[in-house]
Design a protein around this ligand. Structure first.
Ligand code: AMP
Length: 325
C-alpha cells in the first residue's frame, strides 16, 4: 500500500518542473524538518527543477535548519505540483495558495479527519512525517540524492516529533530510517545543543509555571499562560507553548494541558500517556494524535469545561485500566 503511494508520488514529482512544498501553520520541528528536508532531497536530485517551500507564517523554533523561500504571486502556483507535509486538514495549511496548484499531494502521519489533494500517502502509525520522508528516500535511494543538510532537517523532525525516540509510534522501521540519515555524517552534538539550549528568561518562566500549575482530583495537570505573562518573561508564542512539556512527568497525571492566550483566542495543547485525548480535542474544534493533540477554547468557561471533561476521561481510564503507573 505505502509502496504504491510512494511510487505514485515519485512519478508525479518526475512529471513536474515546478514543485512547491507546504506545511501546517505554527510549525513544529516535524513540519519544518519534513518540508526543508524534502526540498533538499529534490533539489539535489533534480537540479534542473524549481523546488520551493512557500508558507505564510514563520517560526524561530528550528531556524538553524535553514530558510524557506519567499512569497510568489498566484500565477506561480498554477503550473506547480503542490506537496503538503505533516498537515491533517486543509484549514491548517499555512499558505492558502496551495489550492491553486495544478495537482496536490498530501503526505502526512496524523489521524485522517479530513482528506484533501489528488494523491494521498497517510500513515498515522508513523512517529513523524520526517520518518515517512526518510522511508521515501530509502525506498528510492538508487535514484534520489540525500545531502547531509537535508538529512539533518529530517533527523531533527524525527527526534522532536517522537520525543527523542520515546513515543509508542517508534518502531524498528523508525530507527532503521534514522540510521540511514546518520550515514550522511549529521553533527548530533550541535543539533542537540540547538534543541536544548534556551534563553535565561525561559528558565525563569519554567519556575513560574511550576509555581502556578494546577492538578484536578483525578490527575489532569494544567497551566494557563496569558499575554501579560508572555510579555513579562519576553516569550514568543512558541516559547510559551513549549511549557506543556514542563508538566510531562508528574506521577499520577496521565493527561496534561497547556492553555496559551494567542490573538484573542485560547490555544490548547493536550498531552497524555496511555489515554487517548484526540477525541476530546476534536470536540473543541481540534485534532491530532492519540496522545498529542491541539484545540481552541473561546474563554475561561469553555476552558473549565474542557478540564472537567479531561478529568472525567482520566477518572474513567484509571477505573477501567491497570498498569498505568
Ligand atoms: P501541538 O500541541 O500544536 O503540538 O499539536 C499536537 C498535535 O495535534 C500535532 O500533531 C498537531 O498537528 C495537531 N493539532 C494541533 N492543533 C490542531 C487543530 N486545531 N486541529 C487539528 N490538529 C491539531
Amino acid at each position: 500500500m505505502s509502496l504504491q503511494a510512494m511510487t505514485a508520488i515519485l512519478n508525479k514529482i518526475k512529471e513536474y518542473d515546478r514543485i512547491v512544498i507546504f506545511r501546517h501553520k505554527r510549525p513544529d520541528g516535524d513540519a519544518v524538518g519534513s518540508s526543508l528536508g524534502l526540498r533538499g532531497i529534490l533539489r539535489a536530485t533534480y537540479p534542473q527543477k524549481e523546488i520551493s517551500v512557500i508558507n505564510c507564517d514563520h517560526t524561530d523554533f528550528v531556524a538553524f535548519l535553514g530558510e524557506e523561500d519567499g512569497p510568489q504571486p498566484d500565477e506561480y502556483f498554477r503550473e506547480a505540483l503542490g506537496i503538503v507535509v505533516d498537515t491533517g486538514t486543509p484549514a491548517r495549511i499555512s499558505n492558502p495558495q496551495y489550492a491553486l496548484c495544478r495537482e496536490l499531494i498530501k503526505l502526512d502521519h496524523h489521524i485522517p479527519i479530513e482528506t484533501y489533494g489528488d494523491l494521498q500517502w497517510v500513515e498515522e502509525e508513523r512517529s513523524s512525517c520526517c520518518e515517512m520522508i526518510a522511508t521515501f528516500y530509502n525506498t528510492f535511494r538508487d535514484e534520489l540524492v540525500l545531502t547531509k543538510e537535508a538529512a539533518t532537517c529530517i533527523y531533527t523532525g524525527m527526534v522532536t516529533d517522537s520525543g527523542r525516540f520515546r513515543f509508542r509510534e517508534v518502531s524498528p522501521d523508525t530507527l532503521r530510517a534514522a540510521a540511514t540519515l546518520l550515514e550522511t555524517g549529521i553533527d548530533l552534538e550541535t543539533l542537540y545543543a540547538q534543541l536544548y539550549m534556551k534563553d535565561f528568561e525561559v528558565f525563569k518562566f519554567r519556575a513560574h509555571v511550576y509555581e502556578q500549575m494546577q492538578i484536578t482530583e483525578n490527575g489532569v495537570a494544567y497551566l494557563y499562560v496569558d499575554d501579560a505573562t508572555k510579555e513579562r518573561f519576553g516569550l514568543s508564542h512558541e516559547q510559551a507553548s513549549a511549557s506543556v512539556s514542563y508538566l510531562e512527568n508528574i506521577r499520577g497525571s496521565l493527561i496534561w494541558l497547556a492553555f496559551i492566550e494567542a490573538e484573542g483566542e485560547i490555544r490548547v495543547r493536550l498531552r497524555s500517556r496511555f489515554v487517548t485525548v484526540s477525541e476530546l480535542a476534536e470536540r473543541y474544534g481540534g485534532g491530532g494524535h492519540a496522545c498529542a493533540a491541539g484545540a481552541f477554547v473561546r474563554d475561561k468557561d469553555e476552558m473549565n469545561k474542557l478540564i472537567a471533561e479531561a478529568d472525567a476521561l482520566l477518572k474513567d481510564y484509571k477505573e477501567t485500566h491497570e498498569g498505568w503507573l
